[in-house]
Ligand binder design. Structure first.
Ligand code: SF4
Length: 180
């Protein structure tokens, strides 16, 4: 984390919060947890086309486009956050991990903390039919790519080398907690 760029008033509190969240992520089984300034998140609305053309989850899960906010809408909200924690873990644990970290951040006073994740929603085998509400709205979180976040470029920006998994290759997954 780059120090010295935080507001003087809350510098110590935010630093303590971010350290505590990182510790919690590792304690809960994350492979890695990396804090970056939110302005380092690489935003690119073209990611939504990668969801629409070539991803089988498009239109089948409420956490994916076209049900998620369009990147043009989300970017304005994203730019109001100051920090982001990139968290790496197994795909099965990813949803639980981002929700747990989001709640921990909220308990520490970061009320607008928001967890995002890669992939489709794995909380149910199949999502609900069109027009029906989510079965688990307290825990379902949106796909980063669907919102316009270029995950690979953001990881590279954070100094994390990552490439696309080839067929049959096991890879860890990534999520993100946005923090004020
Ligand atoms: S929790 Fe279930 S119903 Fe809700 S978005 Fe995920 S798969 Fe769909």
């Amino acid at each position: 984390m780059k120090k010295g760029s935080m507001g003087a008033r809350s510098e110590m509190t935010i630093e303590k919060d971010l350290d505590a969240l990182k510790e919690l992520a590792l304690e809960k089984g994350a492979v890695s947890a990396t804090v970056i300034a939110a302005h380092e998140i690489v935003f690119d609305e073209r990611t939504v086309y990668k969801c629409q053309f070539g991803c089988p989850a498009y239109g089948r899960f409420l956490t994916c486009p076209p049900y998620t906010p369009h990147p043009s809408e989300f970017e304005k909200a994203l730019r109001r956050y100051k920090w982001a924690m990139l968290v790496e873990c197994g795909m099965e644990e990813l949803n639980r991990m981002v929700v747990e970290l989001e709640k921990a951040a909220m308990r520490r006073g970061n009320y607008l903390a928001l967890g995002l994740k890669g992939h489709r929603c794995y909380l149910c085998e199949e999502c609900v039919p069109p027009g029906e509400p989510c079965r688990d709205p307290l825990n379902a979180r949106p796909s980063m790519s669907g919102l316009g976040i270029n995950v690979f470029a953001t990881l590279a920006q954070a100094g994390i080398e990552r490439r696309l998994a080839m067929d049959g290759e096991e890879h860890t997954s990534w999520g993100m907690i946005l923090i004020d």
